[in-house]
Design a protein around this ligand. Structure first.
Ligand SMILES: *[C@@H]1O[C@H](CO)[C@@H](O)[C@H](O)[C@H]1NC(C)=O
Ligand SMILES: *[C@@H]1O[C@H](CO)[C@@H](O)[C@H](O)[C@H]1NC(C)=O
Ligand SMILES: *[C@@H]1O[C@H](CO)[C@@H](O)[C@H](O)[C@H]1NC(C)=O
Ligand SMILES: *[C@@H]1O[C@H](CO)[C@@H](O)[C@H](O)[C@H]1NC(C)=O
Ligand SMILES: *[C@@H]1O[C@H](CO)[C@@H](O)[C@H](O)[C@H]1NC(C)=O
Ligand SMILES: *[C@@H]1O[C@H](CO)[C@@H](O)[C@H](O)[C@H]1NC(C)=O
Ligand SMILES: *[C@@H]1O[C@H](CO)[C@@H](O)[C@H](O)[C@H]1NC(C)=O
Ligand SMILES: *[C@@H]1O[C@H](CO)[C@@H](O)[C@H](O)[C@H]1NC(C)=O
Ligand SMILES: *[C@@H]1O[C@H](CO)[C@@H](O)[C@H](O)[C@H]1NC(C)=O
Length: 890
């Protein structure tokens, strides 16, 4: 009886499960086929019955019901509702796609669900309260979407949650108290939202919290002791909130805490000595708070400490000598406190130290002569202290230094010539506001990567050595308020500086000062090489290539290999020309009959003789504004020439200019005429009062209301691409594509400029030394270092840089990106830094509307293609235009 009963039971069970099996199989097959159609998943075969072996799909043991669906990173979009019918689903990963609209509340039907990842999409609206029904959920990731509103209280039902991530949305309200009641919670991140209120003081009390990251919100109140209660905390990031109160002593409880970042808050009190208990601490960052007291020597017990940042607080006393025991320390940042005394000699034992920033304190010792025993030092920032004594000669052994700032101290003696040995010095050499005397060492001229040199406000005497012309990367310079004499060497970075960079030296003369020198005539021609080449070398070095390219610099306009004889007439007029005499026009033309009435060629020439008319000082040319007697304003580009090349090749050049006059496209800056006089060629264009794209993007940033919106930017991007595509179509390779060479008309229509240069310097025409022409800083394709050839794919790369500038509002080269990293590398490196594509875009634009953001992300993809390091992988300019148009139409 019992066995029969049992038999029947098994039979019934068998029948039930069997029928369920069949129904289930059918169900999931239909559902999967419908998902395949709705989302258009690429790579899923058309054999519907095979769905369990589709990529990203895992079925249960029965090989019928889908238990895991991983569609991460497929650029998918579409209606997700149907997924909620996969009843056996335990794992659903839809991250990193293009899904938008509301999160389907029907996901609440997935009762088996343990893992739900919707991060890195464009879901908007609020978090559906229904999700609170997913009792089995262990991991919920909603980060990097556009979610708004508060975290619904219904989620309190997710009592099995271990990982809870809602970072990078637009959520607000307070962090719910019930999060502290999740007993399994390990990871909680809610950074980059608008949460306010306090951090729940039960957070971490019942759970074994390991990661708590709430940075960039509006949280206030204290850091709750509870987060340290279990002692399991590993990462604590609370930067950029309004937290106040002390750093709790209980932090000493957390032996496995590796990262503490609590900077930019309103914390007070001392760093508790218990910090010494946190033996695995690697990053300790508490800058920009109101912490005070001595720096506890107990921190030296944290032997893995890599970064110690206590900047901009109220710490007092001296640096504890015990810090020298921190063998792994790489950055010690103590700037902006009230610390005094010496740099402890023990610190020189920190062999891994690469940044020592003690600036803006009251340090009153001397610079140790063996400071360079710290052989990895890259940043030595000691400015704004009371440091005495001399700069040790041994400083020359700090060969890795990128940035040396000793300004505003009481340093005496002379500038050691050994500084010239620090060949890596790039960012700045600042010795200003000290009591240094003696000469400026000529050896400084060897610092060919240095961008900023400030020796102002000392007692330096003698000439400015002409050897400083070797500082080929120099952009900023300041020699003011010293006792320097003699003529200022002719060197573009000097003459381009404001005269305030040289004022306060009674004995100095020459440009940019208005005091002229008695006997300095004749140096102009000799130094001309530098004038032309400086930007090019800067470009090659500055592009961050770790390749030493020896550039033979002779940028010649129309230089032919064979020497040609001078015509007596023209050489005579060229040599005798002075500013006072109106030069004789050799040739000139205005192509358009209507414009010919309005443009007076003599007035054009006259305008270029006046410095006050200068608009732009470019690589190959200077641009002037010229007002015609008719009232018309035109822009005049004066081409630089050497060796009388314009005279020698006059007729050829005139033919070329006449031909260029016929080259016409809506997005090219049209040549409307030209003038040749002496050894000068003037190219005439319409005057464009809206300036360049570079000015629009980078100079208007200070006034957000003038920031161009996305549609404006996008149409500029398309127009510039069309202009370049046209050039490639007529077989012209542009030699200097940059946002400074994209001009904007009154309606912000982009016009690609400097086209003539490309034509006149066309390499295929046998013009020599073309290899020196690299383009502008930050726009040079990486292959250029090897090939020294500007190519069509190289143009595409440079265009890609412009597109990145438009999308990010960042400069092509910026210190912010870090050493050797330019905009392109910074963008391509985003994923390895754990940043999303959204974090790359200018958030002022990408957060305005869903539509803008979508277009920007699509354009970003194109920019990434264009800036591929392999030239063959870059699309053609024509294809770039097509892809951009497609985005616009969708
Ligand atoms: C479709 O897939 C099933 C299951 O893997 C297989 O048995 C069948 O042969 C496939 N049919 C075709 C037409 O490939
Ligand atoms: C899978 O099959 C087993 C035995 O065949 C059955 O007990 C179980 O209920 C099935 N599971 C599902 C989800 O159908
Ligand atoms: C998605 O599809 C479901 C039916 O499968 C429908 O009810 C719902 O309205 C659709 N959602 C959207 C946003 O189209
Ligand atoms: C979302 O969070 C889960 C759990 O913390 C994690 O495993 C997953 O990698 C996250 N997703 C992304 C795209 O980072
Ligand atoms: C949260 O944001 C929503 C919409 O973005 C807004 O309506 C609501 O007032 C905000 N709530 C708080 C507490 O700020
Ligand atoms: C958290 O759990 C405690 C104890 O179980 C309970 O008293 C409290 O009400 C819960 N808090 C919330 C916000 O649910
Ligand atoms: C620091 O560690 C010691 C020994 O492990 C322990 O006795 C002490 O309570 C800890 N201090 C703190 C504040 O946790
Ligand atoms: C220090 O770091 C190393 C390497 O990451 C690790 O193996 C070691 O356990 C750490 N030491 C402490 C005390 O945590
Ligand atoms: C540095 O300043 C401290 C505090 O003002 C003072 O006690 C000390 O004597 C000074 N040291 C030197 C070397 O001047």
């Amino acid at each position: 009886m019992a066995s029969l009963c049992c038999y029947l039971f098994i039979l019934v069970l068998g029948f039930l499960s069997n029928s369920q099996f069949l129904v289930a199989e059918l169900d999931d097959q239909i559902i999967m086929s419908s998902i395949r159609e709705d989302l258009q998943v690429l790579g899923w075969s058309s054999n519907i019955s095979d769905y369990c072996s589709w990529k990203g799909v895992r079925c249960g043991l029965n090989h019928s019901m889908v238990e895991a669906l991983d569609l991460s990173g497929h650029s998918l979009r579409g209606n997700l509702t149907v997924i909620s019918q996969l009843k056996a689903l335990k794992w659903l990963d839809l991250s990193f796609n293009d899904f938008h609209g509301k999160i389907p509340s029907s996901f609440a039907n997935l009762f088996e669900l343990e893992f739900l990842d919707l991060s890195l999409n464009k879901f908007d609206g609020s978090i559906p309260p229904e999700l609170g029904g997913l009792k089995n959920l262990k991991s919920l990731n909603l980060s990097n979407n556009l979610l708004v509103g508060e975290i619904p209280d219904e989620l309190q039902g997710l009592e099995n949650l271990r990982d809870f991530q809602v970072s990078s949305n637009r959520l607000n309200g307070s962090i719910p108290m019930w999060v502290g009641n999740f007993t399994h919670l390990r990871v909680f991140t809610a950074y980059e939202n608008a949460f306010d209120g306090v951090i729940p003081d039960n957070l971490g009390l019942v759970s074994e919290l390991q990661v708590l990251n709430l940075h960039t919100n509006k949280l206030e109140g204290p850091i709750p002791r509870s987060v340290f209660a279990s002692g399991k905390l590993e990462i604590l990031v609370l930067t950029q909130n309004r937290l106040n109160g002390n750093l709790p002593e209980e932090i000493g409880n957390c032996k496995s805490l590796t990262s503490v970042r609590i900077g930019n808050n309103d914390l007070v009190g001392v760093v508790p000595p218990a910090i010494g208990n946190v033996s695995s601490l690697a990053y300790f960052e508490v800058n920009n708070n109101h912490l005070s007291g001595d720096i506890t020597s107990r921190i030296s017990l944290c032997s893995n400490l890599t970064l110690l940042n206590l900047a901009s607080n109220g710490f007092t006393g001296t640096i504890p000598s015990e810090l020298g025991e921190l063998m792994n320390l790489q950055e010690l940042i103590l700037s902006g406190n009230n610390l005094y005394g010496d740099i402890p000699r023990s610190m020189l034992k920190c062999k891994n130290l690469n940044k020592l920033d003690l600036s803006n304190n009251r340090f009153n010792g001397t610079i140790p002569s063996d400071i360079c025993n710290v052989s990895r030092l890259q940043y030595l920032l000691l400015e704004q202290n009371s440091i005495k004594g001399e700069i040790p000669n041994e400083i020359g052994k700090c060969t890795k230094l990128l940035d040396l700032r000793l300004g505003s101290n009481y340093l005496t003696g002379s500038i050691p010539s050994e500084i010239g040995r620090i060949k890596n010095l790039q960012i700045a050499l600042n010795l200003s506001f000290n009591h240094l005397n003696g000469p400026v060492p000529p050896e400084l001229g060897k610092l060919d990567k240095l961008v900023s040199l400030d020796l102002s406000n000392n007692h330096l005497s003698g000439d400015i050595p002409s050897e400083l012309k070797g500082m080929l990367s120099l952009i900023e310079v300041n020699f003011s308020n010293n006792l320097l004499t003699g003529s200022i060497p002719f060197f573009v970075p000097f003459q381009k500086s404001a005269n305030s960079s040289f004022l306060g030296n009674d004995g100095l003369c020459g440009a940019p000062l208005s005091i002229s020198c008695k006997n300095s005539i004749g140096s102009y021609n000799q130094d001309y090489h530098h004038k032309v080449s400086y930007k090019i070398i800067l470009a090659v070095i500055g592009s961050g290539l770790a390749v030493f390219v020896s550039v033979t610099i002779v940028v010649l306009l129309f230089v032919m290999k064979e020497k040609q004889e001078k015509t007596a007439k023209s050489s005579g007029t060229a040599d005798d020309a002075t500013v006072d005499d109106q030069p004789i026009i050799i040739s000139g033309n205005v192509f358009d009959d209507n414009l010919r009435q309005e443009i007076d060629l003599d007035a054009v020439v006259k305008a270029t003789l006046k410095d006050s008319n200068k608009l732009i000082f470019g690589t190959f040319s200077t641009v002037y504004k010229a007002v015609m007697p008719s009232g018309m304003i035109i822009s005049v580009k004066r081409l630089k020439s050497m060796d009388k090349t314009i005279i020698h090749h006059q007729s050829k050049m005139i033919r070329e200019l006449e031909r260029l006059g016929k080259l016409s496209h809506a997005n090219l800056l049209q040549l409307i005429g030209y003038v040749i006089y002496e050894d000068v060629a003037l190219l005439l264009h319409h005057y464009l009062p809206n300036g360049t794209l570079a000015q629009l993007l980078h100079e208007s940033t200070k006034q957000p209301e003038y920031q161009p919106d996305w549609p404006t930017r996008f149409s500029i991007a398309i127009g510039a691409a069309e202009g370049l595509a046209f050039l490639h179509h007529v077989a012209i390779i542009h030699l200097d594509i940059s946002s400074s060479n994209v001009l904007l008309d009154a309606n912000f229509k982009p016009l690609v400029g400097e086209v003539e240069i490309s034509k006149l310097l066309d390499p295929s025409r046998g013009t020599a030394s073309i290899s020196a022409v690299a383009g502008s800083f930050g726009y040079i394709p990486p292959e250029y270092a090897y090939t020294m050839q500007v190519t069509a794919p190289g143009n595409v790369y440079s265009y890609g840089v412009i597109l990145l500038e438009i999308l990010t509002t960042r400069l092509p080269v910026d210190e912010e990106f870090g050493e050797g990293v330019d905009l392109v590398k910074w963008v391509h490196g985003a994923s390895s830094r754990g940043e999303t594509p959204e974090q790359i875009l200018d958030s002022q634009l990408s957060t305005v509307s869903f539509g803008w953001r979508k277009e920007m992300l699509a354009a970003l993809k194109i920019a990434l293609l264009c800036t591929d390091s392999i030239p063959a992988k870059r699309p053609k300019m024509k294809v770039v235009v097509e892809m951009l148009m497609e985005i616009k139409q969708n």
